[in-house]
Ligand binder design. Structure first.
Ligand code: FAD
Ligand code: 2HG
Ligand code: ZN
Length: 485
């Protein structure tokens, strides 16, 4: 077993002084060096209200040059820095633990260019995902990722997390769609790989290091990303299935029958549905007359509505004939489609409203994925908790959430490291898409091999020798490994 070690402030880091604030003010102007209590309070706190830091200053550069100067000063002074974008991250990576400087990218929100032929978008890292989509819509394009908090999260935050989201099955991961990045290193050096090119094999693909690095290797200031055309025809099915095996068979059927127009394959269990409808009365139940243990969202996106609908009818006919699905509804107009997506996208919001949540984001073999939820539900039977399972079935990614009224050490003790061992035993990943942040860094060894962790440390040392970038996150001081292999 593994006992959680409380992190201590690293004495390598300097404490903020009046002189630092003066330097920041000279670089950014006083309105972009924020120290008022209210703003500090909200920026020190993560989206779940689970992690609260004690930073005394927020910096808001608007250009790469300003950001570079700020970093050079922090590096010289050994001031620790936490990059913060939309602050919607779910692993506690976007907030300080102690008195780290909060570096917000919100003012770096300019779009540089969009190529309507290639689909390459170049923008500053602080652009909000939903606003980028609006900009692209005019040209008939969309961003290659979609997730619930699109009106708050920023592309720099998405890339730094390597966020997956609701359309990964269609558009792939950001490791494929990001074409180039501009990154400011800890010492202020600007690494510019902002190419709009699709192909470039001139040595190491340096940008990949920063995708999913959670702000520990550099601060992303610019993003070049390949955007797909906006689909002309979209349909969304909401289907009820009687067990996990039927959900899996429906997935296989969807891949075969819907093939190239399949654009999302998501699931939620009845516990997720009930909790969301209960907490958020404005959310509509797409199937009010059906009770089932699992519900699926199966989306098609294509260029020809008739073509897609005929595929969809074939798929549904077969699935019903083979008794894979118990019932369902098909949405083809954007209002109805949006209504069903609202249900899926608001499960985490409902959990936040319900109380405290122990959140796990696992990659597992798809056949065993829901077994984790069932096992944990059984294990926690003696507690007044609600165990909820949902996620990206099409990507083998389950979100296990345990909802309690208040934080409870007994519940936590029964959950961790149990759930991480469960995943390690099956060679899964303890973080499919949310990152390690501060929540899971100590468990990195449950997924990554010791030599790989050592190589990560070497890279960190090379790019950030003073360790000022997002300290205490991702790489733990001491790595522990699974108790049962
Ligand atoms: P932040 O939370 O501000 O930052 C995330 C991390 O990146 C932090 O470690 C931060 O230090 C670092 N960082 C931020 N900006 C930079 C930068 N410019 N350079 C270097 N480091 C930086 N995630 C998914 O993958 N799929 C989902 O479907 C999904 N759904 C979500 C639904 C809800 C309701 C919520 C609240 C979160 C969801 N998430 C999901 C979590 C997801 O990671 C974030 O929503 C999003 O990607 C984070 O973007 P952000 O701008 O808020 O970044
Ligand atoms: C989602 O898919 C997000 O809705 C959030 O990744 C998952 O809160 C969670 O556990
Ligand atoms: Zn998710």
């Amino acid at each position: 077993g593994f006992a959680c070690q409380a992190v201590q402030r690293d004495s390598r880091y300097a404490a903020l002084q009046r002189l630092d604030v003066d330097v920041f003010t000279a670089i950014l102007g006083s309105q972009n060096v924020v120290q008022d209590t209210e703003t500090l309070q909200s920026s020190n706190r993560d989206w779940m209200g689970k992690y609260v830091g004690q930073s005394q200053v927020i910096l808001r550069p608007s250009s790469t040059q300003e950001l570079s100067k700020v970093m050079a000063h922090c590096n010289d002074r050994k001031l620790a820095v936490v990059p913060q974008a939309g602050n919607t991250g779910l692993a506690g990576g976007s907030v300080p633990i102690f008195d780290e400087v909060i570096l917000q990218t919100a003012q770096m929100n300019r779009i540089h260019s969009f190529d309507e032929v290639s689909g390459a978008l170049q923008c500053q890292a602080g652009c909000i995902l939903g606003e980028l989509n609006e900009h692209l819509a005019a040209a008939g394009y969309v961003m290659p990722l979609d997730l619930g908090p699109k009106d708050k999260c920023q592309i720099g935050g998405n890339v730094s997390t390597n966020a997956g989201g609701l359309k990964l099955i269609r558009y792939g991961s950001l490791h494929g769609s990001v074409l180039g990045l501009e990154v400011v290193l800890a010492n202020g050096t600007i690494i510019d790989t902002m190419t709009p090119l699709r192909k470039d094999n001139t040595g190491y693909d340096v940008k990949q290091l920063f995708i999913g690095a959670e702000g520990t290797l550099g601060i992303i200031s610019g993003v070049s990303i390949l955007c797909p055309p906006k689909p002309a025809a979209v349909n969304l099915m909401f289907l009820a299935v009687q067990d996990w095996s039927a959900a899996l068979q429906t997935f296989v059927r969807a891949k075969r029958k819907l093939a190239e127009v399949l654009s999302a394959f998501e699931f939620l269990d009845s516990s997720a549905l009930d909790l969301t409808l209960h907490q958020l009365p404005h959310i509509v139940n797409p199937l009010p007359d059906h009770q089932a243990p699992f519900y699926l969202l199966v989306e098609t996106s294509g260029s020809n509505g008739d073509h897609d609908q005929s595929k969809l009818k074939d798929f549904l006919k077969e699935a019903k004939h083979d008794k894979l699905i118990q019932g369902g509804t098909v949405a083809s107009d954007s209002a109805h489609i949006g209504e069903i997506w609202q249900l899926r996208e608001n499960i985490s919001v409902a959990l936040n409203k319900a109380g405290k949540t122990y959140k796990y984001d696992m990659s597992l073999p798809v056949a065993e994925m829901y077994g984790l939820v069932e096992d944990v539900r059984q294990r926690l039977q003696k507690y007044p908790v609600r165990v909820v399972g949902y996620g990206h079935l099409g990507d083998s990614n389950v979100h296990l959430n345990v909802s309690t009224e208040e934080w409870d050490d007994d519940v936590l003790h029964d959950l961790e490291p149990y759930v991480y061992d469960w995943v390690a035993d099956r060679k899964g990943s303890i973080s499919a898409e949310h990152g390690l942040g501060q929540m899971k860094s100590q468990y990195i060894g449950y997924t990554k091999q010791p030599d790989t962790v050592d190589m990560m440390r070497d890279l960190k040392q090379l790019l950030d020798p003073n360790g000022i970038l997002n300290p205490y996150k991702v790489l733990p001081e001491h790595v522990s490994f699974p108790s049962a292999v």
